[in-house]
Ligand binder design. Structure first.
Ligand code: AMP
Length: 452
């Protein structure tokens, strides 16, 4: 029989292995801690939604919806060849559309304002994979509904800024711009359209299409020849109405007050159709794949999706790129907290049966446990316990098996004590509790030092 060929993962998809998980854990925990401390609550939305949801919100003409969505015709999935449901569905390419749908569908407009939500999970875009650009990637999305005050724009940006400081990412650039409201956008759109019309022959094919549907989007084109034309295009910021100007100036003043540094970026429009007024992007250095996150206002989206008129704003972070940055810059991150509290180690057949039983008992007491089955020497098993940062090891050798005892070894300093098997569960439970308490106290001390 021919040797079966292995099946490899899809292009643009990645495996995240345990050696990288502590970076992910650090990034995800830091993001979550920061937004929770700012009063945001978690909301999860489905990975798959009706394709129309993204077409109507992100915009049909955007690259994300027009070219990059994973879309499935569910009628092909019906059983017995009977078409039950003709809906086109897509894997979410971003979160905001789904969260807005959930906001409307669950009547969240009746909740006290602001409604502050965050979501973290996988998103999918069928783009050309390259470093920092994946077809499956993790976004953290943060959204605020119900406030039009510029203070909220500045507050949200300051949460983003704080997050990156906690993530230990330095040398960041925060670009900010205002792209106008429903009052001034038609005029700006016309200015763009007139300008780009004159340069039409020099634009790429996509931009020629954008010219008809949404000339704002040309500002976002990645093609060099279009970028050269964009460089001398009229600017949204020079043509926004008085109200938008006032709003933007206030955002900047609040940012100044909070000590958040920013860079005025008059050509920034962001690649999604739903934004208005404030838009911003945060990047690690120059270059397209350097964007770690971005966002802005989307004051019309809730209404456009069938809800009540609701001012809103948000941002999305690329967690993969954050992790890549941490790794590339060899950032020292806190050692992972011990997940395996107790490791079972044995020598000989009798000891094996005993340790198995004891480990099962401890698990039922909610103590996380590990076992190195298949490793012969105690030394090799201790090494395995060390690798997973276990607090303690329980060692049962041939002698212990005969005398109904076990050795508890503190993996921090190697100190050992022998206990009778009947007392083992109780003693281990006490010791683990004590160690967890110490860990918590250490955390508290660190926070206090920072406050001082
Ligand atoms: P966007 O939803 O396009 O505004 O993207 C927000 C953030 O998600 C970006 O700043 C990136 O950090 C991240 N991101 C977007 N697309 C990808 C991708 N294909 N692969 C990895 N990260 C991505």
């Amino acid at each position: 029989m021919p040797k079966p060929q292995p099946i490899n993962r899809l292009k643009g998809f990645r495996d995240i292995l345990p050696e990288d998980w502590h970076y992910w854990e650090f990034a995800l925990d830091t993001i979550e801690d920061t937004v929770m401390a700012a009063g945001f609550e978690r909301a999860d939305v489905p990975v798959i939604e009706k394709s129309d949801l993204f077409a109507r919100s992100v915009g049909e003409e955007t690259d994300i919806v027009g070219k990059e969505m994973y879309t499935f015709d569910t009628s092909k999935m019906s059983d017995n060849g009977r078409v039950k449901d003709k809906t086109l569905v897509s894997l979410r390419p971003e979160f905001t559309a789904g969260i807005v749908r959930a906001y409307i569908e669950n009547g969240m407009h009746t909740f006290p304002k602001p409604v502050s939500l965050y979501a973290i999970g996988k998103c999918f875009r069928h783009d050309n994979p390259q470093a920092g650009r994946y077809r499956e990637f993790t976004q953290a999305s943060v959204e605020v509904f119900g406030v039009s005050d510029p203070l909220m724009d500045a507050n949200l940006i300051s949460v983003l800024w704080e997050m990156f400081s906690r993530l230990k990412i330095k040398g960041l650039k925060l670009d900010i711009n205002s792209i106008g409201c429903n009052e001034c956008r038609p005029k700006i759109k016309k200015l763009f359209a007139d300008y780009f019309k004159r340069k039409e022959s020099k634009l790429c094919e996509d931009c020629r299409k954008r010219l008809k549907k949404n000339p704002y989007r040309i500002m976002d084109c990645k093609e060099e020849k279009c970028q050269n034309i964009v460089a001398t295009a009229p600017l949204a910021i020079d043509n926004i109405c008085e109200e938008c100007k006032k709003h933007f100036m206030s955002v900047l003043e609040y940012l100044d007050d909070m000590g958040v540094s920013y860079n005025l970026a008059p050509t920034l429009v962001r690649g999604l159709d739903y934004y208005n007024r404030t838009v911003f992007e945060i990047s690690a250095s120059e270059g397209r794949q350097s964007s770690l996150g971005g966002g802005g206002r989307y004051d019309y989206l809730v209404e456009q999706m069938g809800g009540e008129p609701t001012p809103a704003l948000g941002f999305a972070l690329g967690v993969d790129r954050i992790v890549d940055w941490l790794k590339d810059n060899s950032i020292k991150i806190p050692k992972p907290k011990a997940k395996v509290h107790v490791y079972g180690i044995h020598l000989g057949e009798d000891a094996k049966k005993i340790i198995l039983r004891k480990i099962k008992d401890l698990r039922s007491l909610n103590i996380s446990t590990g076992l190195a089955i298949g490793k012969d020497s105690i030394k090799a098993q201790l090494k395995a316990a060390d690798k997973v940062n276990a607090f303690f090891s329980i060692i049962i050798g041939q002698r212990e098996a005969v005398t109904n005892c076990a050795i508890i070894r503190d993996m921090r300093d190697g100190v050992q004590e022998t206990v009778e098997l009947d007392d083992l569960n109780k003693r281990v439970y006490e010791m683990v509790e004590e160690r967890l308490k110490e860990q918590e106290e250490d955390r508290g001390k660190k926070v206090k030092t920072k406050v001082k």
